[in-house]
Design a protein around this ligand. Structure first.
Ligand code: AMP
Length: 629
């Protein structure tokens, strides 16, 4: 079927369309109702149907493809490669599930997973899904404060962590961060289950609380754990993401809708059939990792390649070497990953046999044209930009080569995915804008299957964060967008105070709060500033309390260290300026957009509400002088 027809069917007859797509997965009992919209803006898909994500990812394939590779976990950090068939993965997941059960974890309990990009992360996620426990993976690059916030919100029965991760050959101990997080958090899970990779000989354990996975694994090896059949709308997992406040939102995913969205997108978007190989360079801690390192390829009976390491280690050809070795058909990465490679010799792209590579998908941040052109030329395959959010769980705007490839247009991720009814509307009036006019990208409810069902234990926040921006009940993506005459949409950045660093979404408020914990800090403002490699980087402007005697450079250095310690290296401020005043409105609101414009030498916009003009001059002087750190 052609894209136009497929898309029209999905939005004009959503129930018929999704009833048909639901046949792509196994249902223990079929849905009674395809769509329930009795409580807008909430919606429930496949009501009354029972299913299980782990069953669809593993059990269902055993008979036909038990011996086929399901997961290849490559670490160029430790030099270890693990190849697991569907049968091997089934055994490991059941063993992990048996360990969870032995620790009293059951249906509806939360399990926080704080692991690097290793096979155990996949085992742990699928084991939770098997028994109906709700996993919440926390990206390993986040530090103790971020972990503590998530622990307090998810209130897990168990925390699964590693002794350490590695980056560029350097061991990064995780356990001290876990201990610090548990010290800070008010919620204390009964146990910490440690996957000891033998990387940190100094690791300490808290007696009674900390348990060794290898020991428990040995006692549960080979045990089979029955699948918990869940109603389609029960929660499957939480994934926290940044918003405009310092408190991250627990994006809650359902079971049935997500399984169907994965089964649909892995074939029609990513063009992966059973037995084919998908390589996503994402970390499992991000939405892409959940959907296209774990659930999508496995539900689709494919082989998933998981990678721990840098794109340039041991050399800049490593990704392509893996593509050759495993016959990767579809690769998925981020624009930043490609910009890192772009700094290297283009001949690395030609060194390996990539004849089986058909597509490179890139997502998570705007894809600039020079990068898109460079990689398209270098690889000689179509490069497909796709736009989505943690909230959507799968691409909302993309091309669908598995169905019918429309022309790639550099600068635009393409056309709406099935089920997404989109408009670009005027921020002030809420009216729909014609093509070529910049506005806010909104989705008309009901959101398609796969998108978030709510914010964990906070339905009000779901409504106020996403559906209260305009008169009508419309989901606001909080992104600026513009469309051309053919419906190709271009994303023009966030409308809120969220920034995107190397494809990672960070709230400026979270970084400001972290900087403000420095005793000398009076106030901090953080803005995202354009960066050639990472897309954006955080830049801090801080005022100090009266009477601070330390030199500004020293304070700034300590502030930077604090952010790394509390939030992790991803949030590290690129520059810190100590200033005497920050530009604010008369009502005291920080003028972050003007601040950002000053740093980027663009138009600072409407300054009529500015309280103190000297504050702007002060910022200009600081920029001329150069950063304190
Ligand atoms: P996250 O929830 O971390 O995946 O971040 C989602 C945000 O990343 C979106 O709201 C956009 O601002 C940005 N984003 C994701 N994909 C794209 C893309 N293909 N082009 C432009 N921006 C993107």
């Amino acid at each position: 079927m052609q894209y136009e027809e497929f898309y029209r069917w999905s939005v004009e007859q959503p129930e018929a369309f999704w009833a048909e797509q639901a046949k792509r997965i196994h249902w223990h009992s079929p849905p009674r109702q395809i769509l329930d919209v009795s409580l807008p803006p909430f919606r429930r898909w496949f009501v009354g149907g029972t299913t299980n994500l782990c069953y669809n990812a593993l059990d269902r394939h055993l008979e036909e493809r038990g011996g086929q590779l399901a997961l290849v976990a490559v670490s160029t950090e430790t030099g270890v490669t693990r190849e697991l068939s569907y049968s091997d993965l089934y055994r490991e997941v059941n063993t992990f599930a048996a360990v969870l059960v032995s620790l009293g974890v059951g249906k509806g309990d939360r399990v926080v997973i704080y692991l690097p990009n290793i096979a155990e992360a996949v085992f742990a996620m699928l084991a939770c899904a098997r028994i109906g426990a709700i996993h919440s993976v926390v990206f390993g690059g986040f530090a103790s404060h971020n972990l503590a916030l998530r622990i307090d919100d998810a209130q897990p029965a168990l925390l699964v962590a590693a002794d350490a991760g590695m980056r560029g050959g350097k061991v990064i101990p995780y356990k001290p961060l876990v201990d610090a997080a548990l010290e800070e958090a008010s919620w204390k899970p009964a146990h910490v289950l440690i996957v000891d990779r033998g990387l940190d000989p100094q690791m300490t354990r808290v007696a009674g609380r900390d348990l060794d996975y290898a020991t428990l694994r040995a006692s549960c090896d080979g045990v089979e754990v029955p699948v918990a059949w869940l109603e389609s709308n029960e929660p499957s997992y939480l994934l926290y993401t940044s918003g405009t406040t310092g408190k991250p939102k627990g994006i809650q995913r359902d079971v049935g809708g997500y399984a169907v969205a994965m089964a649909l997108s892995i074939t029609t978007v990513f063009d992966i059939a059973p037995g084919q190989v998908m390589f996503s360079t994402s970390d499992v801690g991000w939405a892409v990792g959940h959907s296209y390192n774990v659930y999508g390829p496995l539900i689709g009976g494919a082989t998933s390649l998981l990678y721990e390491g840098l794109p340039t280690n041991p050399d800049p050809g490593i990704w392509w070497q893996l593509c050759e070795r495993y016959g990767v058909r579809t690769m998925f990465s981020s624009p930043t990953g490609i910009r890192v490679l772009k700094k290297q010799d283009a001949s690395w792209l030609k060194k390996y046999d990539l004849s089986r590579l058909k597509w490179l998908f890139l997502a998570g941040e705007p894809l600039d044209e020079p990068t898109a052109e460079w990689i398209t030329r270098g690889l000689g395959v179509p490069v497909i930009d796709n736009y989505w959010q943690t909230e959507t769980g799968w691409p909302a705007i993309t091309l669908m080569p598995g169905l019918d490839l429309k022309p790639v247009k550099f600068g635009s991720p393409g056309l709406p995915s099935p089920g997404y009814r989109m408009k670009v509307i005027d921020e002030a009036t809420g009216e729909e804008l014609p093509p070529h006019r910049k506005g806010v990208l909104v989705f008309e409810p009901p959101l398609p299957p796969g998108c978030l069902s709510t914010v964990w234990r906070d339905d009000d926040r779901y409504v106020t964060s996403y559906f209260s921006h305009f008169n009508e009940l419309l989901y606001s993506s909080l992104d600026w967008a513009i469309r051309d005459d053919n419906g190709y949409t271009t994303i023009l950045g966030r409308t809120d105070d969220v920034i995107n660093v190397a494809g990672h979404r960070l709230g400026t408020r979270e970084i400001e709060e972290s900087v403000s914990t420095h005793p000398a800090c009076a106030e901090a403002a953080v803005v995202g500033v354009q960066d050639d490699l990472k897309g954006q980087v955080p830049v801090v402007f801080a005022t100090l309390k009266q009477g601070v005697a330390e030199p500004p450079a020293e304070v700034a250095r300590a502030m930077q260290q604090r952010v790394v310690q509390q939030l992790g290296g991803v949030a590290k401020p690129a520059r810190i300026y100590v200033v005497n005043a920050l530009p604010k409105t008369r009502s005291g609101k920080l003028l972050r957009r003007s601040l950002q414009a000053l740093v980027q030498h663009t138009d600072p916009g409407d300054l009529s509400t500015l309280d103190d003009p000297n504050a702007l001059e002060e910022v200009r002087r600081a920029l001329d002088r150069g950063p304190d750190q």
